[in-house]
Ligand binder design. Structure first.
Ligand SMILES: NC(=O)c1ccc[n+]([C@@H]2O[C@H](COP(=O)([O-])OP(=O)(O)OC[C@H]3O[C@@H](n4cnc5c(N)ncnc54)[C@H](O)[C@@H]3O)[C@@H](O)[C@H]2O)c1
Length: 325
């Protein structure tokens, strides 16, 4: 098998490339480098610089490298930006996916893994979110992920492609400092950013119906997430008749909730900067609780997260210090 990893120079893509390579898979990466960093990729992995919107390039890459499976991570991922620029998000995330699926079908590739997100669920009022929980995304970004899943399944049925959609929960941490997320879009880097600026970390709302009043989330270590991709790729590769395994959509989380206050306490311990936090009003659209049921991933992929939240914060802090020293 040869796997093409789109978005392979990104934060998660580089972890996937590394985990799959270490497990003995042959991989190559495609990335337009709009947010990617080539140095993140392990040595020896070919990197094609180009876009998932470039159908001719995709056809050439799939043929030249005799690609037999695709892991598609390339996408824009900022919720706020997607609210301001919805057409761009639909064009790039969904247009890029449609172009890629056409190339995949044309090249006879029969295995496809898609990066989806817990953003597809929106704000459900349940203790544990299962894959059957109704989807109601609250941003154009989340919509592109949900519509992306529909497109992946439809193309899979039409062209005999086996597919897995992975709905990631809150990704954090790094397998090595140089692989860390350099963006400041998720809560852990946002808190590091505040501390580095000598500002108090903020909590948006402490009057939610949760044990300590702050929002509860399910954090997943990016190295565990990368292993989930490997498990998905292996599941697809193990199908004796490609195109007969159908589709699987699965949550990737730990199944354990951590409150924002608990996370900030942990960050204070790890960074040695336990200054008091600022409590600000709730932000519109924040769900009180979003925690995955991780049961289906265990049964269908044989995958369970192994790393805890402290390991996520410690590894993310090492990465932050490397990039922001
Ligand atoms: N980070 C998270 O918390 C999170 C959570 C849920 C889902 N996801 C999804 O995981 C995927 C990877 O996210 P990430 O955090 O690694 O983001 P990232 O921005 O670090 O990685 C995305 C990579 O894709 C590349 N890219 C973007 N558009 C492209 C295009 N049209 N053609 C080729 N390359 C393109 C970028 O240069 C970048 O290297 C995305 O699909 C994202 O929506 C991320």
């Amino acid at each position: 098998m040869t796997w093409l990893i789109t978005g392979g120079a990104g934060y998660i893509g580089a972890h996937v490339a590394r985990a799959m390579t270490e497990a003995g898979e042959r991989v190559l990466a495609l990335d337009d480098l709009s947010a990617g960093v080539p140095a993140r990729l392990p040595e020896g992995i070919p990197l094609v610089q180009g876009s998932s919107l470039d159908g001719e390039l995709l056809k050439r890459v799939l043929a030249e490298h005799a690609v037999t499976g695709v892991v598609h991570l390339a996408a824009r991922k900022q919720v706020g930006e997607s609210v301001a620029q919805p057409t761009r998000y639909y064009q790039e995330n969904l247009g890029g996916l449609a172009t890629l699926l056409d190339a995949v079908a044309g090249a006879g590739v029969r295995r496809f893994v898609f990066s989806s997100s817990a953003a597809v669920y929106g704000n459900p009022d349940v203790d544990l979110i299962t894959e059957d929980t109704p989807c109601a995304p609250m941003s154009p970004y989340g919509e592109t992920k949900l519509a992306g899943e529909w497109l992946v399944r439809a193309a899979g049925r039409a062209h005999g492609i086996d597919t897995v959609c992975l709905r990631y929960f809150n990704v954090a941490g790094a397998a090595a400092p140089e692989l860390a997320d350099t963006g400041v879009f998720n809560v852990v880097p946002m808190v590091f950013d505040r501390l580095t600026r000598d500002e108090a970390p903020r909590i948006f709302g402490d009057d939610y119906p949760t044990p300590d009043g702050t929002c509860v989330r399910d954090y997943i270590h990016v190295a565990d997430l990368a292993e989930a991709h490997l498990a998905a790729a292996r599941r697809l590769a193990s199908s004796e008749t490609p195109g007969s395994a159908g589709d699987l959509t699965v949550n990737i989380g730990r199944g354990e909730g951590v409150s924002v206050r608990e996370l900030l306490t942990l960050i204070g311990e790890v960074t040695g900067d336990g200054r008091p936090v600022l409590v600000e009003p709730r932000r519109p659209g924040d769900a009180p609780r979003a925690v995955a049921s991780a049961a289906l991933a265990a049964t269908e992929l044989g995958w369970t997260a192994r790393r805890g939240v402290r390991e996520m914060v410690e590894s993310a802090w090492q990465g932050w210090q490397l990039h922001h020293a």
